[in-house]
Design a protein around this ligand. Structure first.
Ligand code: PHE
Ligand code: NA
Length: 515
């Protein structure tokens, strides 16, 4: 039987696939929501600092680890990490880099399937007859299987299945024949739709098409820096978390893609191209659509309120109605563009989440590509169904918290220690700069060795024992007074103790209607 020898078809294809991996639902749904929740301009500076001091170093670390592992025929993190040090436990730490992908894929594919459903409903005109309140409750009804009109949870399951089957099918075609083609189609379309919507968002005018405020109001809220936020650890944690999620670092996905890069090919510039493309899409397109448009119609306070209680669902609750204000033709096109853009962003990312498992099964168990892809699809289906059936019980948010936040930080910290301190900076720097098409400033050697791991440690400790309301001063004062540490409900320890979790989650999924 034939085992396919995978590789990338071209450099452009590789960069587009890597950018497709990074550019995802995180750019258009998660980033605006995190920014609004953390005070807009207060979020932006920590966000950019985290990009420069953790994001970029981790990109170089992960790309070079991947290419290094690939030289010895390893394409998944257990064996890539194993090849970097003698000690056996790294192999088990590497399992994170497969498991996290599977767990994120499970809820991510469900989210991705909503975008397919919404494109369908725009095409058949479902939203045209609905008013603002009805559009918001359309989403509530969609995810709440108990109130679905047919009484059986047919629709979300149908689209979820369709989404998983589509992912499985593309994965079964391999890297150059499947993933790369999907990226070559998806990324340009995404940029095209994104540019159209960003133009509409930025040029939104108060008083026109029923808008209350111009597009500049939302943009200013986001881009007016507030320097006092630099002292707020809670904002730093949110910013770091977003950087990890959006760049897909700390997951094992980049290592896997990079392990199929030719051993003499450039790492330094490729990593920057894909990483900066993600940041362009996030800070330019990602901030010029959802925020200006929703703020234009609803005002800042309302949108902030919606983001605290509605999370990732914001766009699904509000946008179909707001687009409708632009008339049937432009409105429907905008709807298909927005949810189509989300779909392309999503699928090029979920495909990336499938490859570590595929690589692992193909390398170590000599499974065929098709069998590896089908097994991935089945696992995602089984792990994903709880997020479909128990969405309103908060299972979806639990997946996002543990797989999409906590484990990224833990894994990133461990791999940075392995790379900079165990493997060693001399060898590490050589791996990063070998075949490089750009000159990397030597200062980044120090950053990778000292700053990145120390920041990661802070982020980890901060998320472990984060104090109530992010107020470290009050928490230390309370400790000094003998009253104990004030733990925030969102800290890892509080979550492990399951403190008030149910309250929080119940609140997070309460139906939110716009008046
Ligand atoms: N970076 C993707 C996003 O922004 C998410 C992702 C995480 C993709 C992990 C692949 C692996 O949505
Ligand atoms: Na991203």
């Amino acid at each position: 039987k034939t085992i396919h020898k995978e590789s990338w078809g071209s450099r452009v294809g590789l960069i587009l696939a890597m950018a497709g991996n990074a550019v995802g639902l995180g750019n258009f749904l998660r980033f605006p929501v995190k920014a609004m929740q953390n005070g807009g301009g207060a979020f932006i500076i920590p966000y950019l600092v985290c990009f420069l001091l953790m994001g970029i170093p981790l990109l170089w670390i992960e790309w070079s680890m991947g290419r290094f592992g690939g030289k010895n025929g390893h394409h998944s993190t257990p064996f890539i990490l194993d090849s970097m040090d003698r000690r056996k436990f790294w192999k088990y730490i590497g399992v994170f880099g497969i498991f996290t992908n599977i767990a994120v894929a499970a809820y991510y594919c469900y989210l991705e399937s909503w975008t397919m459903a919404y494109v369908y409903h725009f095409l058949v005109g479902t939203f045209q007859e609905l008013n603002q309140v009805e559009v918001a409750s359309f989403f509530e009804k969609y995810v709440d299987l108990n109130t679905s009109t047919t009484g059986i949870p047919f629709e979300p399951i149908f689209f979820f299945l369709l989404c998983v089957v589509l992912n499985t099918w593309i994965l079964s075609k391999g890297l150059s024949g499947g993933v790369e083609i999907a990226s070559k189609i998806g990324m340009p379309l995404l940029i095209f739709f994104g540019a159209f919507l960003a133009y509409k968002g930025i040029t939104l005018q108060a008083g026109k098409d029923g808008a209350l405020y111009g597009g500049a109001v939302g943009l200013n809220f986001l881009w007016t820096p507030q320097f006092d936020s630099l002292a707020n650890p809670k904002v730093w944690l949110a910013a770091a978390g977003q950087i990890f999620f959006t760049l897909s670092v700390g997951m094992g996905t980049i290592q896997c893609y990079a392990s199929y890069v030719n051993s003499k090919q450039d790492i330094a510039l490729n990593a920057m191209s894909a990483g900066w493309m993600n940041e362009f899409v996030e800070v330019v397109l990602g901030s010029a659509i959802l925020i200006p448009i929703s703020v234009g119609y609803l005002g800042i306070d309302k949108v902030v309120e919606l983001t605290t209680s509605g999370g990732l669902g914001l766009g699904f609750r509000t946008m179909p109605f707001l687009f409708g204000q632009w008339g049937t033709v432009i409105g429907s096109f905008a709807g298909v563009a927005f949810f189509g853009l989300l779909f392309f962003a999503g699928i090029t990312s979920s495909l990336a989440m499938g490859t570590p498992w595929m690589g692992f099964m193909q390398d170590e168990f000599k499974w065929k590509r098709e069998k590896s892809a089908i097994s991935f699809g089945l696992i995602v289906l089984i792990l994903g169904l709880p997020t479909v059936f128990f969405f309103n019980e908060g299972v979806f948010d639990q997946y996002d918290y543990w797989a999409g936040e906590v484990s990224l930080v833990v894994f990133a910290l461990l791999e940075t220690i392995l790379f900079a301190w165990v493997f060693g900076m001399d060898k590490g720097w050589k791996e990063i700069t070998d075949g490089a098409d750009i000159h990397i400033p030597g200062f980044y050697r120090l950053v990778i060795k000292w700053i990145t791991p120390v920041l990661l440690l802070f982020v980890f400790i901060g998320s472990l024992i984060g104090p109530a309301n992010g107020d470290w001063g009050a928490a230390f004062a309370s400790l000094a007074n003998g009253n104990g540490w004030l733990l925030d409900n969102s800290s890892i320890i509080a979550q492990l103790l399951n403190k008030e979790l149910n309250n929080q989650l119940a609140q997070a999924t309460d139906p939110v209607l716009i008046q």
